[in-house]
Design a protein around this ligand. Sequence first.
Ligand SMILES: NC(=O)c1ccc[n+]([C@@H]2O[C@H](COP(=O)([O-])OP(=O)(O)OC[C@H]3O[C@@H](n4cnc5c(N)ncnc54)[C@H](O)[C@@H]3O)[C@@H](O)[C@H]2O)c1
Length: 279
Amino acid sequence: MGRVSGKVALVTGAARGQGRSHAIELAKEGARIVATDVGAGMLAGVEYPVATSAELQETARLVRDLGGEILIAEADIRDPAAIQAVVDAGLAEFGYIDVVVANAGVFTWGAAPEMSWDDWFTVIDINLNGTWNTVRAVLPSMIARGQGGSIMMTASQIATRGQSNCVAYGASKAGIVGMMRALAAELAPHNIRVNTIHPSTVYSPMILNEPVYKVFRPDLENPGVPEMEAELRPFHMLDVAALDPIDVSHAVVYLASDESRYVTSLKLALDAGSTQKLG
Ligand SMILES: NC(=O)c1ccc[n+]([C@@H]2O[C@H](COP(=O)([O-])OP(=O)(O)OC[C@H]3O[C@@H](n4cnc5c(N)ncnc54)[C@H](O)[C@@H]3O)[C@@H](O)[C@H]2O)c1
């Protein structure tokens, strides 16, 4: 018996990074997985590549190699009909979805006065509206089943502390917290728990790319991981520059499982103490 045996989990952004890790760890603990990602390679307004179709297929292979069951389907979470189609395919395949890991998102940055209008709308549309589209697509069937559920939304430490040059990203992630609180209150009578996850920095393709190294060291010609890590380490209380996806997945498995049956409306920080660090 795994810790989440019998559960069916929808994971967005599952092609790579944290989402892939969540899909694998949930499958290891017995959940069946509905995995989705955008399969686009590049998105307008995002400076680093998003996931490809091949990466989503690789997630499926990794889960199946563990003996897990997984359905994959692509969708841009900005498109309500597309994410609804993924959910409907998952319901047709597995009968229900009782865990949602709304993890897909993009990181954007830039000085506020220089941001284009489109820069703002892109990140709000993906991170905030896309998270809503994901949850909205699952809710009717989750409520109608009457067996409760667990919804997790990936926010960020930047939802709870001020970070320069991150106004749209910070607003999108803080908006997720507001959504979580309202849903946690509204869905509690259905025994559906709703929580947010707040990682600090995580080693994933979102940060392991040259444009992001430049964010940390704009003064250098060719900064790399060591230069970025030197900037990140002092943010944390514990002696670490960034977390690994598995560090977040452990929390995801906990929140998906009945071990957390009375945990709702929680902002769970996975941040080596960074959010609470003064100076
Ligand atoms: N990496 C970090 O340092 C960090 C820190 C805090 C929070 N987060 C958050 O964690 C979550 C997972 O990010 P990650 O670190 O694994 O990075 P990642 O870039 O590897 O994963 C994000 C996934 O979301 C997908 N995605 C992006 N736009 C999409 C869209 N419109 N429709 C569907 N899928 C889309 C991408 O293709 C990608 O697979 C994100 O919400 C991110 O904001 C990341």
